[in-house]
Write a protein that binds this ligand. Structure first.
Ligand code: ADP
Length: 566
C-alpha cells in the first residue's frame, strides 16, 4: 500500500496499462497458436474426408466397367448398335467419363474374318491399321495378335481411329497382355498425343470368354476376348470429383505417383501454391485400378486464419477491455480516496475545534458562574424588597441547572475516548450510594430484593442508575404518587437491572428516538437537554451490555440494562 501510494496515479495507470497490453498480446499469441494448431488439425481431417470422397467418386466411375463386364457375361456377341446404346447410356449418367471403347483381342489367324466383319460394320476399306514412322495410317504389320479399336462411343472423329491397333506399340502390347493375365482392372499412366493436348487416362477392363473369369494367368490369356476401355480426360475427371467436395481456402494438385512431373489436375498453379499458399500442406493418396494418385493439399494463410476464427484477436480485445476498465476503476478509486482523505482532514479539524470548545466550557465557563453565585450570596445581605429577594434566590438554582448541563456535556465528550476498567461491582452498594444523591425523593424509591453483582465500572454504574432515577423523578405524573422500583433478574450469563416508574410513559413512536443525543420528544420540554440517556447508552455499551425501555403512555416506563454476571 505504502509503495503504491508513493507512486503518482498517472504512473500507476501507465504501469497497469502497459502490463495489460503485454498480457493482451501474450494471450493473443497463445490463443492464436492454439487456434492455429486446431485449424491445422481440422484441415487435416478435412483433407482426409476429401480424399475419401474423391476415392469414392472415382470408384463410382469405375462401376461403368463393371456394368460392361456384366453385359459381356450375358453374351460375347455384342454388336455395334447394342454397344453404342449401352455405352451412351453409361456416359449420360457419368458425364465425368470422356469415352468408352471396345478393343477386341484378335489373334493372327482371326484377322481376315475380323476385317471382313469390320467392312460390314464400317466401310469397304476397313482393316487393322497402325501408324508408320511418319505418322501416316497404314495397314498393320503381321504379328501374333492385335488390339484394334472397334466400337467407340461417342463416335466422334472416327477417321483413322477405328481399326487402329493399340498393340502396334510394343510396350502397350506387353502391358495389355499383362493386364489380361492378371485379370484386374488397370489404369494407364497419364498420356497425351501432343504437348497442347490434355492428359488422358485409360482404364482397361479385360473381358473373358468365361464368366467368372479363369483362375490362372495362362488360362486367362487363352480366354481373353478383348478390353472395354474407359477413357478419362484427367483434369475434367478430377475436377468433377472435387466439385462435389467443398474445399475453401485450399489448393489441390494431383499427380500420378509414378509420374510426379505431370500435374493431372490443380486448383492453383504450382508457383502460386508455393508463394501465396504453403501455410500448411498435406499429401494423401488414392489407389484405384492399380494406380496411385497423390493428392497434395495446400492451405493459404488466409484459409488457415478463416479456420482459426480470430480467437486470438478476441482474447486480445477482452484483456484490453479489462485493462481499460481496471485503469478507469483505479482512477475512480484514487479520486474517491483523495476526496475521502480531504473529508477526513476537515472532520479532524472540526473535531479538534470541538475539543477545544469543551475545554473552554469546562474551565472558563465554570469560574464566572461561581462568581455570579458568590455575588448573589453577597446580595442576600443587602436591604432588598421581598420581591427582590425572591428573584435573587432564583439565580443559584438557574446556575446549578446550567452547571449540571455543562457537566453532562463534558461527561459525554470525555466518554467518547474513555476506556472502562471492568471489575466485579457490588451493585447493592452502588445503588445505595446513588440514592444518597436524591435526598427526600428516596422515599418513593423501592429496591426489590437483592441486586446481584455484575462486571462493570462502579462510577459509571452510579451514573447510569442516577440518570435513570433522575429521569423517573423528572417525568413523573403529577396525578398520582410517584413510585420507583429497582430490581434485577438473571438472564443467562448476564444480569438485567430495571428501573420502573409510574410516570408519564413514552409514546411508542418516541421509544427509539429518546436514546439519540439532544433528542427529546417534546423539544419545548425544559426539564432536560436530551443528553442523559445518550451518556447511559455509551456507558452500558462500553461495559459490554445493552440498554432498552418498555413503556406505556400515561402508565409508566421500565428502563433496563444488562451486564455480564459478576
Ligand atoms: P433529558 O436530559 O431531556 O432528560 P434524556 O436523554 O435523559 O434527556 O431523556 C430523553 C427523553 O426521554 C426525555 O426528554 C423524555 O422525553 C424521555 N424520558 C426519559 N426518561 C423518561 C421516563 N422515565 N419517563 C418518561 N419519559 C422519559
Amino acid at each position: 500500500m505504502r509503495v503504491t501510494r508513493s507512486v503518482s496515479p498517472t504512473v500507476r495507470y501507465l504501469i497497469v496499462g502497459a502490463i495489460g497490453i503485454v498480457l493482451a498480446v501474450f494471450v493473443m499469441q497463445v490463443l492464436n497458436r492454439q487456434a492455429h494448431e486446431m485449424a491445422v488439425a481440422r484441415i487435416e481431417r478435412r483433407t482426409e474426408q476429401v480424399t475419401v470422397s474423391v476415392q469414392q467418386s472415382i470408384e463410382s466411375t469405375l462401376h461403368v466397367l463393371e456394368s460392361f463386364q456384366a453385359l459381356y457375361a450375358t453374351s460375347l456377341n455384342v454388336d455395334r448398335k447394342s454397344f453404342d446404346t449401352f455405352a451412351l447410356q453409361m456416359l449420360w449418367t457419368h458425364p465425368e467419363a470422356l469415352r468408352i471403347q471396345w478393343v477386341p483381342y484378335v489373334v493372327a489367324g482371326e484377322r481376315a474374318d475380323f476385317e471382313a466383319a469390320g467392312r460390314e460394320d464400317y466401310a469397304p476399306d476397313f482393316q487393322i491399321v497402325e501408324r508408320d514412322d511418319d505418322g501416316a495410317v497404314v495397314r498393320a504389320a503381321e504379328r501374333d495378335a492385335y488390339f484394334p479399336i472397334y466400337f467407340r462411343a461417342p463416335m466422334d472423329n472416327p477417321e483413322g481411329v477405328v481399326g487402329m491397333d493399340l498393340g502396334a506399340d510394343e510396350a502397350r502390347y506387353a502391358m495389355l497382355l499383362d493386364i489380361a493375365r492378371r485379370g484386374t482392372v488397370a489404369a494407364s499412366p497419364p498420356t497425351r498425343f501432343g504437348t497442347d493436348e490434355p492428359y488422358t487416362i485409360y482404364i482397361y477392363q479385360p473381358i473373358y470368354a468365361q464368366s467368372p473369369q479363369p483362375a490362372t494367368d495362362s488360362e486367362r490369356l487363352d480366354a481373353l476376348r478383348g478390353f472395354v476401355i474407359l477413357v478419362l480426360q484427367a483434369s475434367d475427371f478430377f475436377a468433377f470429383a472435387f466439385n462435389r467436395v467443398d474445399i475453401p481456402g485450399m489448393a489441390v494438385a494431383i499427380h500420378d505417383a509414378d509420374v510426379p512431373d505431370v500435374t493431372l489436375f490443380e486448383t492453383a498453379p504450382a508457383d502460386m501454391r508455393e508463394s501465396a499458399f504453403g501455410a500448411c500442406s498435406s499429401t494423401e493418396s488414392v489407389v484405384v485400378a492399380g494406380r496411385t494418385w497423390d493428392l497434395m493439399f495446400v492451405v493459404s494463410e488466409e484459409g488457415l486464419w478463416a479456420e482459426a476464427q480470430n480467437s486470438g484477436l478476441l482474447g486480445f480485445l477482452i484483456v484490453l477491455s479489462i485493462t481499460v476498465m481496471l485503469v478507469l476503476y483505479l482512477r475512480q478509486r484514487t479520486q474517491a480516496e483523495a476526496a475521502l482523505h480531504k473529508y477526513t482532514r476537515s472532520l479532524e479539524e472540526v473535531n479538534s475545534e470541538l475539543l477545544a470548545f469543551n475545554h473552554t466550557i469546562a474551565h472558563d465557563l465554570k469560574s464566572p458562574l461561581a462568581i455570579i453565585v458568590g455575588y448573589a450570596d453577597l446580595l442576600q445581605d443587602e436591604n432588598l424588597t421581598s420581591n427582590g429577594r425572591r428573584m435573587l434566590s432564583m439565580i443559584p438554582k438557574m446556575v446549578d441547572a446550567l452547571l449540571e448541563m455543562i457537566e453532562d456535556l463534558l461527561k459525554l465528550a470525555i466518554l467518547r475516548d474513555a476506556k472502562a476498567k471492568v471489575e466485579k461491582v457490588d451493585v447493592n452498594a452502588v445503588v445505595q450510594r446513588t440514592l444518597e444523591r436524591f435526598g427526600d425523593s428516596r422515599d418513593s424509591i423501592v429496591i426489590e430484593g437483592d441486586l446481584p453483582p455484575a462486571m462493570g465500572h462502579p462510577q459509571w454504574m452510579t451514573e447510569v442508575f442516577a440518570n435513570l432515577i433522575s429521569n423517573a423523578l423528572k417525568y413523573r405524573d403529577d396525578q398520582r404518587d410517584l413510585r420507583i422500583y429497582i430490581r434485577a433478574k438473571p438472564e443467562g450469563d448476564r444480569v438485567r437491572y430495571e428501573v420502573e416508574d409510574n410516570g408519564l410513559g413514552i409514546a411508542p413512536e418516541d421509544k427509539a428516538r429518546i436514546f439519540a443525543l439532544f433528542t427529546r420528544p417534546n423539544s419545548s420540554d425544559e426539564r432536560g437537554l436530551g443528553i442523559g440517556l445518550s451518556i447511559v447508552q455509551r456507558m452500558v455499551t462500553k461495559l459490554g451490555g445493552h440498554l432498552g425501555v418498555e413503556s406505556e403512555l400515561g402508565k409508566g416506563s421500565t428502563f433496563w440494562f444488562t451486564l455480564p454476571k459478576g
